[in-house]
Design a protein around this ligand. Structure first.
Ligand code: MN
Ligand code: MN
Length: 397
């Protein structure tokens, strides 16, 4: 069996790798059978994989774009859980919109929740396990984090409401299987409620039927009024439940873009999930790297990107991503992401880990004895010394 490398070398020597004339390539790979041109066009790397691709990996592309929406009068929600996207063991994703005044009702759940606001403004309320409460407003580019079991609510603010993505730290968690306040009261005998709350049973005669989930209400008043209403000096949470990720100083910024990080070091409450917001200019690339401590779940916010994932075997698979798509990379699998569009590319990466961690291929090869690296790669030591030594994250520097 001829190795991939030998084949590639032979092909390169014969001038067969690139460029292949577009007409020749189209003739060789044209899809003569039934196909959907609109979908096919979005996946050039799947249609004509780079010659360096090898083997196969479980599908690591998914999307919210065709996830059925649960629509109510106050907004909508849709999700991609492990049931929809089997590779996503550690994170389930929810995409939700709340109209101005639309309320995602008071509820709690078994998973912790990290959310990123992609559009608009939202008011959150939350109670912690020591009875401390918070009400805060978040805006585009902000995160919130609710530990498992902490009850909370969300409400869209004027003028346009809000849209956000929620990550649960369990791939099997479902947004449509949470524990709502209305449901518990509706399924508790009125005399028990009367005893519990110290009011007559008739107080509970008009509980909503069914499951309101997201309902339309009037937009709330000023934040200061809500803060005042719940303010008790001994019930101040020790750390915020929200974090302004998009405006935090970048971990690294180069002429190609920036990487911003939120984890338990700067967003202390978020101790089961870490987030990274990556912005890439046209042509730029998130350098070759991997994550030693967690799988990476990605939400593609804007622009067009191409990601190749490298795993043992060897396996190397390239896929295309666009707005509203979801990507997933298993812990320790190598990957890079290139902006292949003409606009800025941005995606959010979420990890089920208390700290963001990555290993850079370039950092490794420039901090290993050059003679040793040179022997592996058949490259002059002088060339290896030109590799980036300071982990730029986004390249070219
Ligand atoms: Mn929730
Ligand atoms: Mn990564």
């Amino acid at each position: 069996m001829i190795s991939r490398r030998v084949m590639l070398r032979a092909a390169a020597a014969a001038g067969a790798i690139l460029p292949v004339p577009a007409t020749a390539r189209a003739a060789g790979t044209a899809d003569q059978g039934p196909h959907n041109e609109d979908i096919a066009r979005q996946f050039p790397a799947a249609q004509s994989p780079p010659p360096t691709d090898v083997g196969s990996l479980p599908q690591f592309w998914a999307t919210f774009n065709n996830a059925p929406r649960r629509v109510t009068d106050g907004g909508w929600a849709r999700q991609d859980t492990k049931a929809d996207f089997p590779v996503s063991d550690t994170i389930a994703g929810v995409n939700m919109r709340l109209n101005s005044g639309g309320v995602r009702e008071l509820h709690w759940h078994r998973a912790s929740e990290l959310a990123y606001v992609t559009n608009g403004n939202c008011r959150i309320t939350v109670l912690d396990d020591q009875g401390r409460t918070d009400v805060s407003d978040v805006k585009t580019g902000d995160l919130w984090y609710f530990p498992a079991g902490f009850p909370h609510s969300l409400q869209g603010l004027g003028p346009g409401g809000c849209e956000f993505v929620i990550c649960f730290d369990n791939g099997g968690a479902s947004e449509f299987d949470t524990l709502p306040v209305t449901g518990w009261l509706a399924h508790t005998p009125p005399d028990i409620l009367a005893t519990n709350f110290g009011v007559p049973a008739a107080t509970f005669a008009h509980l909503p039927a069914g499951d309101p989930y997201i309902f339309q209400a009037r937009p709330p008043g000023p934040l200061s009024a809500d803060m005042e209403a719940i303010s008790e000096p001994e019930r101040q949470p020790p750390q915020p439940f929200t974090f302004a990720l998009a405006s935090t100083p970048p971990l690294r910024e180069t002429r190609s873009g920036a990487v911003r990080i939120a984890d338990s070091r700067n967003f202390k409450i978020s101790n089961t999930m870490a987030a990274s917001l990556v912005t890439l200019r046209p042509g730029a690339m998130r350098e070759l790297h991997w994550h030693p401590n967690a799988d990476e779940w990605q939400y593609w916010i804007r622009g067009r990107g191409q990601m190749t994932v490298f795993s043992g075997g060897p396996q190397a698979v390239t896929q295309n991503f666009g707005p509203g798509d979801i990507g997933y990379v298993k812990q320790n699998d190598g990957h890079y992401i290139k902006n292949v569009g003409s606009d800025e590319l941005q995606f959010l990466a979420v990890f089920r880990a208390p700290r963001y961690a990555d290993v850079s291929l370039s950092d490794w090869l420039t901090h290993t004895p050059p003679a040793l690296v040179a022997k592996h790669l058949n490259i002059d030591e002088a060339e290896i010394r030109r590799f980036p030594r300071d982990k730029p994250l986004v390249v070219p520097q």
